[in-house]
Design a protein around this ligand. Sequence first.
Ligand code: ZN
Length: 478
Amino acid sequence: MISTMRTLLNTVAAISMIVATLSAQQPPAPLFSQKTIDEARQIHAAALRSDKAYEWTAFLTNNIGPRFSGTPQAARAEQYVAEEMRKLGLDVELQKLKVPHWVRGEEKAELTSWPGMAAGTVQKLVLKTLGGSIATPPEGLEAEVVVVENFAELEKLGRERIAGKVVVFNYRYDRRLSDAGFGLEAYGQAVQYRGGGAIAAARYGAVASLVRSAGGSQNRLAHTGGMRYDPAVAKIPGAALSHEDADMIAHLAKQGTVRLRLKLTPQTLPDADGHNVIADLRGSELPDEVVIVSGHLDSWDVGTGALDDAGGVAVSMQVAYILKQLGLRPKRTIRFIAYANEENGLVGGREYAARESTRIEKHFAAMESDLGVSHPVGVLYAGRPEVGAAIDPILQILRAQGSGLTRREGGVGADIGPLTQRGVPSFAPWFNTRKYFDYHHTEADTFDKIDPDEMKKLGALMAVLAYALANANGPLPR
Ligand SMILES: [Zn+2]
């Protein structure tokens, strides 16, 4: 009886202990403390007042100019950014790299024969050689044109109709999409011809590949960009036509034979020196854990790369500037990176991830801004679906400026891509891309395209999110 009683008492005691334990259990500590939220609000207000990113962008674009890999301007920009970050008191490192060195040379094209022409005339074509392209013969080449809308049409024509000719891929960048705010999606559809057109055309014996620009310029500008070769397929020169000229050629080719003369003299030189500029604002409690804020410092050799991507570099630089201004030190290290060689090689992003391969786990989060400077509608993220909800308290701050949306993507930035693929939660500003691709990779990507007020909002988004992540109470889902 006593033993039964004792068992019962023990059971009661055990149950009450469990109940006590359960009721004593607090809800899990929030990812962002009230202090962090309050500081993030301060950062938000300071960033909306700051012109610093705008000034840095002006210097990178107007004073230094295009920053193509292997050029003296690229080297000067690396030194400039490193110096500015040293001035802020950050630990700066230049990660040595070998980057591709391609030089554009001369680019000239004209129609020499078409239905209804005035005898003895030519029609000038506006085009840009694609990055990585080989040259035409030094004297140029002259050949008949064959226009196709897409790869399927090319295949249907076959070798017999294509061999010895210049293929014009006339796939249209979809302006209805970009006008609706989906420029990135329109670009995604068109860019496969820029990247793979020369390979596809060469398989059928074409002598050159011209693609309608993967972009929305309305001012007879051609959009350059990278192209690929396949070691198993002959290399032929590749260039992008302005969409006006692509339209004209397509119109004339429907009427009869069109011939053109093409001279491109690009050169691929031995790899050049380049650097990732890496600057740490060391964390106070968890200095080994890093939150990356980044953009890419190189640009194409046309325009001055203001939207792509001096602006992204400058708003990332500004994160540390704002924190220093407010005397705030993050718990984790905020690591600024200006990546080298995004445009024609992605060496910077790949080499950084390779160097950090044993410390990927220490990368708490990575952010990159590389889709221009326009009003950010929110934050894109790549990683576990729960990440979106986890950062909601921060988005509440950004909702005050109309930047409170989140959307999950497979990847959010080319340079941080290798980190994303290895599980690092990744973030980028979510832009309306209505106008970005009108200027992307053209002569018109210049400083005047930056709206200082939009840049302030972008800078605020970067600084608020980076600081909050660097101060989070626990890890993000990964
Ligand atoms: Zn870019």
